[in-house]
Design a protein around this ligand. Structure first.
Ligand SMILES: NC(=O)C1=CN([C@@H]2O[C@H](COP(=O)(O)OP(=O)(O)OC[C@H]3O[C@@H](n4cnc5c(N)ncnc54)[C@H](OP(=O)(O)O)[C@@H]3O)[C@@H](O)[C@H]2O)C=CC1
Ligand SMILES: O=C(O)CCC(=O)C(=O)O
Ligand SMILES: [Mg+2]
Length: 739
C-alpha cells in the first residue's frame, strides 16, 4: 500500500495538523494511500528517551529513529513540518510540563556532577537544538517559490517598508579572530579515522573527540573563534550602537548551532551587563545562573532570593540597560529584549524581517528604529551588509515587479556547519587543538587556542557534493535561469569545494547554461541587481547560506517563507517534502491561546502534499495519486486566486477556515476531472455538500474564535482538547467522515 509519513511536530504547525490531517486522510484514502503520523515533537522525543523512568502506558517509540532509517530507503515519502529546535530554556520548560503531567523524567543537569547526571545531560543534549532536520535530511535541498505563489504576490503585494539612503542601520561583524579568519580545510585522499586532541600548554593531552570516521574525498575544516577578539568586538559594538543612537541587536542561530551560538550569545549578555555580572558574581554562581540561557532565565532564577537582594540586582540590571545603547525588543509590551531568550531571535528569520521593515527593529517604546545588527562571525554576514547597502542605495524591493531567487542547498548528511555541534568545544585551557589521523599519526589541522576560545570542526562528504552539483545543473537546465555557486575563493573550505564543483560540473552537459562561481558578497550584489530588475537567479549554496537565503528572499518576495516549495530529493531515491522554509511560529500559538484565532498559513503543507502525491504517482505508479496531486494543484491555485489564506485578525478567516476552502476546491477539482470515474463519483456529492454548507461551516468555525482557548499544555497539549479546538465544525467533520 502506498504510504505517506506525515510528521506531528510542535506549536503552530502541530495545531494546524489537527485540522488539516483529517482532510488529507479522507481524500487520500480514495487512492488507497495510507497516512502514517510520526510524532517527532519535542515532548515525544523527550519521553522516548527515558523509557526506563516511565510507566508502561507512558512509554512511546522513538519515531525520529524510525524516520532516520526510512530516509535511507528508495520509496520513502515523508511530509515534514517545522518543529521546535529547543534552546536550553525551552527544553527546561518542556521537561517541567511533562513532569507536571506525571512523567517521571529527570531534570536537565546544567552542570552534571557525577556519571549518572553526565549520562542524562548527554541524552538531553541529543534532543536539544536542531535535532530533527539533520537526521531526516539525507538529501540536498531544492527550495523555490512556485510560479502561482509569485503571481499571487505580484497581484497582492505584502507590505514592504521603504528604505532611505540616510538609514543608520548597519551590520557589525568581526574582522579578525573569528571562525572565518581562522578556518583551515583539507580534502581527504583516503578514508581514515581521526581524533581531536587538546594539548594544554603544560603538555598534557585530552581527547575531545575520539574515533571520528571519515570517508575518502570528504572535506573537513576546523576553525576557532577567539574569546578575546569576541569580547573586544562586542564591547566596541555596544559603544558604537550607543554613540550612533541606534538599537543594539544580536543575530545568532542558537537553536541550530547549539554549542557555539549560545556561548556567543552568553558573552553578549555578560558584556552588556558586565557591571551586574561582576558585582553579583558569587550570588549568580550559587544560583547556577548561566548567561548563555539569557536574561529571562537570570530574572527567573533571582526570584528565589530574599526581596532586598533581588530588587538590588533588578535595579542594577535596569541601570545597565539605561547606561547602554537601546536594546532591540522582541516584545516591547512585555519588556522582552533581544538578550532575554537565546532562541527568540534567530538570524535566518530575524534579519529578513528587519530588512523588510526598512532596516528597523522595535525599541522599548514599541517604535521602530534603526539598528546595529551584530553578527559576530563574518563567514556569512556580508550577504546582509551587502543587502542593506543595496537597499540604502536603491530603495526597497517592490514585490509586484521583483524577480525570484530559488535555492539549491548542500545539506545532505549533516553537511558543513549544521553537522558541527558534536565537534564544537569551548576550550578552557591555553594550548593547541589538533585533528590527528589515527592511522598515520599525521596532524591534519592544528590551531593554537586560548582559554575560552570556541573550536569547531565541520565535515562534508563527497557523495552529497556530487548530488548537489547534479541538482544545480538539473535546475539550471529545467529553468534556464542563471545559476550562481556562492563560494569564496578566499575562504579555506570554499577553496576545497570550488575544486570539486569544477570537477563535477564536467560530469554534466552544461552547454548553453549560465553557471558561475562568485563570492557570497559578489553573488548577493549580482543577484539583487537582477532581482530588482525583475530577473530570476538560482543561488547554489552551502548549508548555512541555504538557510539564510531561503528565508531572506521569500520574505522579501512573497512576505513569508511559509509559501515555499521545499523539496529534499533523498539520495537513495525517496522524497522528503518539507512544508515551507520557516519555523514553528510561536507567536501564532500565543494569539490562538488568547483569542482563538490561528493565523498559521498551511500553504507550505498544501505544496508539500502536492509533490508528495506526485511522487507516489511517479514512483509507485499510482495513477489515482497523480489525479489527487493534479486536483490539489488546481485547488491551491483557486485558494490563492480567491485569497483564502488566514487573516491576521480575530473574527476573520483563520487556519481552520482556510483548510475548509482547500477541501472545497480540492473536491470540486476531483469532481470536475474525468480521468478517473470512481474519484469523480466519490467527490461529486462531496463537492456539492461542501459547497451548499459553506455558510454554515464558516459560521461554526468563526464562532470558535474570540475567546481564550485551553488546550491543556504547550509542548504536550491534550489530544482531546486540541482536537475539539481545531475541528469545531460538526457539519464539516460529518462530510469528511462520509468520504
Ligand atoms: N524546518 C524547521 O523545522 C524549522 C524550525 N524552526 C524552529 O521554529 C521555531 C521558531 O523560529 P522562528 O525563527 O521564530 O521562525 P518562524 O518562521 O516560526 O517565525 C517567524 C515568522 O515567520 C512567519 N511565518 C512562518 N511560517 C508561517 C506560516 N506558516 N504562516 C504565517 N506566517 C508564518 C511569521 O511572520 P509574521 O508574523 O511576520 O507574519 C512568523 O512570526 C524555532 O524553534 C526554530 O528553531 C525554524 C525554521 C525552520
Ligand atoms: O533545524 C532547524 O533548527 C532550523 C532549520 C531551518 O531554519 C531551515 O532549514 O531553514
Ligand atoms: Mg531557516
Amino acid at each position: 500500500m502506498p504510504k505517506i509519513f506525515y510528521t506531528k511536530t510542535d506549536e503552530a504547525p502541530a495545531l494546524a495538523t489537527q485540522s488539516f490531517l483529517p482532510i488529507v486522510k479522507a481524500f487520500t484514502k480514495t487512492a488507497g494511500i495510507e497516512i502514517n503520523l510520526m510524532d517527532i515533537s519535542l515532548a515525544s522525543r523527550i519521553i522516548a528517551t527515558f523509557p526506563e523512568n516511565l510507566e508502561k502506558d507512558q512509554q512511546i517509540s522513538d519515531d525520529l529513529v524510525e524516520l532516520g532509517k526510512l530516509v535511507k530507503l528508495a520509496d520513502t515519502n515523508i511530509i515534514k513540518l517545522p518543529n521546535i529546535s529547543a534552546s536550553t530554556p525551552q527544553l527546561n520548560e518542556a521537561i517541567a510540563e511533562l513532569q507536571a503531567k506525571g512523567y517521571n523524567i529527570p531534570s536537565y543537569p546544567d552542570s552534571p556532577s557525577n556519571d549518572a547526571e553526565k549520562d542524562i545531560k548527554s541524552r538531553y543534549d541529543k534532543i536539544k537544538g536542531s535535532a530533527v532536520n539533520p537526521v531526516l535530511r539525507e538529501g540536498n535541498s531544492d527550495r523555490r517559490a512556485p510560479r502561482a505563489i509569485k503571481n499571487y504576490a505580484k497581484k497582492n503585494p505584502h507590505s514592504m517598508g521603504a528604505w532611505s539612503s540616510d538609514s543608520k542601520t548597519q551590520v557589525a561583524t568581526m574582522d579578525q579572530g573569528d571562525f572565518q579568519c581562522n578556518e583551515k580545510s583539507v580534502t581527504l585522499k583516503e578514508a581514515t579515522t581521526v581524533n581531536v586532541v587538546l594539548t594544554k600548554s603544560d603538555g598534557t593531552k585530552t581527547i575531545l573527540k575520539e574515533g571520528l570516521n571519515l570517508l575518502q574525498n570528504e572535506i573537513i575544516d576546523a576553525t576557532i573563534l577567539s574569546k578575546k577578539a569576541l569580547l573586544n568586538f562586542l564591547q566596541a559594538q555596544i559603544k558604537e550602537a550607543k554613540d550612533k543612537g541606534v538599537l543594539f541587536s544580536l543575530h545568532m542561530k542558537a537553536t541550530m548551532m547549539k554549542v557555539s551560538d549560545p556561548i556567543i550569545f552568553g558573552h553578549a549578555v555578560k558584556v552588556f551587563f558586565a557591571d551586574v555580572f561582576k558585582k553579583h558574581a558569587t550570588t549568580f554562581a550559587s544560583l547556577g545562573i548561566n548567561a548563555n540561557d539569557g536574561l529571562e532565565n537570570l530574572l527567573n532564577k533571582i526570584k528565589t532570593l530574599p526581596e532586598a537582594q533581588r530588587t538590588e540586582i533588578e535595579k542594577d540590571i535596569t541601570t545597565a540597560i539605561q547606561n547602554g545603547p537601546a536594546l532591540a525588543m522582541v516584545n516591547s509590551d512585555k519588556g522582552i529584549s533581544n538578550l532575554h531568550v537565546p532562541s527568540d531571535v534567530i538570524i535566518d528569520a530575524s534579519m529578513p524581517a528587519m530588512i523588510r521593515n526598512s532596516g528597523q527593529m522595535w525599541n522599548s517604546k514599541g517604535k521602530s528604529q534603526d539598528t546595529l545588527a551584530v553578527i559576530p562571525d563574518s563567514s556569512y554576514a556580508t550577504i546582509y551588509s551587502a543587502t542593506i547597502s543595496f537597499c540604502k542605495e536603491n530603495g526597497a524591493f517592490d514585490p509586484t515587479t521583483m524577480g525570484t531567487v530559488p535555492n539549491v542547498g548542500l545539506m545532505a548528511q549533516k553537511a558543513e556547519e549544521y553537522g558541527s555541534h558534536d565537534k564544537t568545544f569551548e576550550i578552557n585551557f591555553n594550548g593547541t587543538v589538533s585533528v590527528i589521523d589515527v592511522n598515520t599519526g599525521k596532524t591534519l589541522i592544528k590551531h593554537n587556542v586560548e582559554a575560552g576560545d570556541i573550536w569547531r570542526m565541520c565535515q562534508v562528504k563527497d557523495a552529497p557534493i556530487q548530488d548537489w552539483v547534479k541538482l544545480a545543473v538539473s535546475r539550471a537546465r529545467t529553468t534556464n535561469i542563471p545559476t550562481i555557486f556562492w563560494l569564496d575563493e578566499n575562504r579555506a573550505h570554499d577553496v576545497e569545494l570550488i575544486k570539486k564543483v569544477n570537477t563535477y560540473l564536467k560530469d554534466h552537459n552544461t552547454e548553453g547554461l549560465d553557471i558561475q562561481i562568485m563570492s557570497p558578497e559578489n553573488a548577493t550584489l549580482y543577484t539583487l541587481k537582477r532581482l530588482k530588475e525583475g530577473k530570476d537567479t538560482i543561488s547554489v549554496t552551502g548549508n548555512v547560506l541555504r538557510d539564510y537565503l531561503t528565508d531572506l528572499f521569500p520574505i522579501l518576495e512573497v512576505g513569508t517563507s511559509a509559501k515555499m516549495l521545499s523539496i529534499v530529493p533523498l539520495m537513495n531515491g525517496g522524497g522528503l517534502f518539507e512544508t515551507g522554509a520557516g519555523g514553528s511560529a510561536p507567536k501564532h500559538v500565543q494569539q490562538f491561546l488568547s483569542e482563538g484565532h490561528l493565523r498559521w498559513d498551511s500553504l507550505g503543507e498544501f505544496l508539500a502534499l502536492g509533490v508528495s502525491l506526485e511522487f507516489l504517482g511517479e514512483h509507485v505508479k499510482n495513477p489515482k495519486a497523480q489525479i489527487l496531486a493534479d486536483a490539489l494543484d488546481s485547488a491551491t491555485e483557486q485558494f490563492l486566486i480567491n485569497d483564502k489564506s488566514p487573516s491576521r485578525k480575530v473574527g476573520e478567516l483563520d487556519n481552520r477556515g482556510s483548510h475548509f476552502y482547500l477541501a472545497l476546491y480540492w473536491a470540486k477539482a476531483l469532481a470536475q476531472q474525468s480521468e478517473d470515474e470512481t474519484l469523480k463519483s466519490i467527490f461529486t456529492p462531496i463537492a456539492e455538500r461542501l459547497s451548499n454548507s459553506e455558510v454554515e461551516i464558516l459560521e461554526q468555525l468563526n464562532k470558535a474564535q474570540g475567546s481564550p482557548v485551553d488546550i491543556g499544555g504547550y509542548y504536550m497539549p491534550d489530544a482531546k482538547l486540541i482536537g475539539e479546538a481545531m475541528r469545531p465544525s460538526k457539519t464539516f467533520n460529518t462530510i469528511l467522515e462520509s468520504i
